[in-house]
Design a protein around this ligand. Structure first.
Ligand code: NAP
Ligand code: MG
Length: 401
């Protein structure tokens, strides 16, 4: 059979440790035999980031802006231990942080739903996608530990020197203070990314804040979303047969627990941090979670939600067998290939992505899976496969489809 041809390269960001091993296996077994794979390769492995003074990360983000679609392997975010382990010149920043800042994106995380791995919440039939605003609020705060009695004020000084001043509290004794902010520009980008993603995936969009209590701060989020929706998206949503729905955060939480799934839940930064961990663990496992960064200009970067699985890598280095789940990394590739296929009008590439995803899920449903899933599955006749043999089993299923 002739291999599928591509016209525009995917930006390929290689990574670290066990996921770097899986990356190569996936390419060799599942992609290269079927696709004339065209990528622009960036090695974001920690050694190469160190050699290039992290320039390679910046270059890969720039290439993503140029071509529009990237696929990223998990990477190490250095800490003190990594400084010695890799003999680093500097404690380089998180590549995800650098890429996110360059693309000004919103991160969408969705569970990969498969029969045999049931969510803890009985009525969740379809995935719930979490969209987290990744700028500001408590993540960029200023805090004071108030030592004793006194007045706390909130002051804004405009460029012309004029002031807005509000009393926060007259302290009778010691206490605490926190100053947070966000910008209209960042909130607008977040809103647009959510509306575009809802249209792209044909799912309803929910958004919630605490605007009844926070009448200026949270209300501003609500107003910006509503304004952009009415001006730019209401017609498109109606045409697509989907809905934008705003409610209070406590109402949203209650409704999510009773919903069937199949929608996008947009959250402010803190709500998204907390709720994405709740939703992902209720759906089963981090290794079954996709993650895509979408920029307001329509640039996409696909990755797995988990890290480099360091513990498994050390076993691998000792020559011991590993059973690391490659599903989320396979889906990062299929997500990127499908998007490339859609943008370049290559239907064979879209079909390939669909079929490879189907083969991956069917392999698990047939009882062949890695150890992490075997521990939580409701299936009874299960074969636990090692990292390489699971990928080979997916290939066998693909060949039979
Ligand atoms: P991790 O790679 O997510 O793994 C934590 C644990 O979760 C593993 O030890 C394993 O549990 C389980 N696990 C995660 N993914 C799995 C998979 N695909 N298959 C099977 N089990 C899986 O987190 P970490 O080990 O704490 O972090 C390692 C490195 O990843 C760090 O240097 C961190 O900076 C980086 N990181 C990168 C990203 C990213 O690039 N997106 C995200 C998070 C972390 P068991 O050991 O019990 O089997
Ligand atoms: Mg968290």
């Amino acid at each position: 059979m002739e291999k599928i041809k591509m016209t525009t390269p995917l930006v390929e960001m290689d990574g670290d440790e066990m996921t770097r091993i899986l990356w190569k296996m996936i390419k060799d077994e599942l992609l290269l035999p079927y696709i004339d794979l065209k990528t622009e390769y960036y090695d974001l492995g920690l050694e190469h980031r160190n050699e290039t003074d992290d320039q390679v990360t910046i270059d890969s983000a720039e290439a993503t802006k140029k071509y529009g679609v990237a696929v990223k392997c998990a990477t190490i975010t250095p800490n003190a231990a990594r400084m010695t382990e890799y003999n680093l010149k500097e404690m380089w920043k998180s590549p995800n942080g650098t890429i996110r800042a360059a693309l000004d994106g919103t991160v969408f995380r969705a569970p990969i739903v498969v029969k045999g791995i049931e969510p803890c919440v009985r009525n969740w039939e379809k995935p719930i996608t979490l969209a987290r605003h990744a700028y500001g609020d408590v993540y960029k705060n200023t805090e004071i530990k108030v030592p004793g009695a006194g007045r706390a004020e909130l002051v804004f000084t405009a460029e012309d020197g004029s002031e807005i001043r509000e009393t926060i509290h007259n302290f009778a004794g010691s206490g605490i203070l926190q100053g947070i902010h966000n910008t209209d520009e960042s909130i607008s980008s977040f809103a647009k990314a959510c509306f575009n993603y809802a249209l792209d995936t044909k799912q309803d969009l929910w958004f919630a804040t605490k605007d009844t209590i926070s009448k200026k701060y949270d209300h501003n989020f609500k107003d910006i979303f509503q304004d952009i929706y009415e001006k730019e998206y209401a017609g498109k949503f109606e045409k697509a047969g989907i809905e934008y729905f705003y409610t209070l955060i406590d109402d949203a939480v209650a409704r999510v627990m009773k919903a069937k799934g199949g929608f996008i839940w947009a959250c402010k930064n803190y709500d998204g941090d907390v709720m994405s961990d709740m939703v992902s663990s209720a759906f089963g496992s981090l290794a079954m979670m996709t993650s895509v960064l979408v920029s307001p200009s329509g640039v996409y970067e696909y990755e797995a939600a988990h890290g480099t699985v360091q513990r498994h890598y050390y076993k691998h280095l000792k020559g011991e067998e590993t059973s690391t789940n490659s599903v989320a990394t396979i889906f990062a590739w299929t997500g990127a290939l499908r998007k490339r296929g859609e943008l370049d009008s290559i239907p064979e590439l879209v079909t390939f992505a669909d079929k490879l995803e189907q083969a991956t899920l069917q392999t698990i449903e047939n009882g062949k899976m890695t150890k992490d899933l075997a521990l939580i599955t409701s299936l009874t006749d299960v074969t636990v496969l090692n990292s390489g043999n699971f990928i080979k089993a997916v290939r066998d299923t693909y060949e039979e489809l």
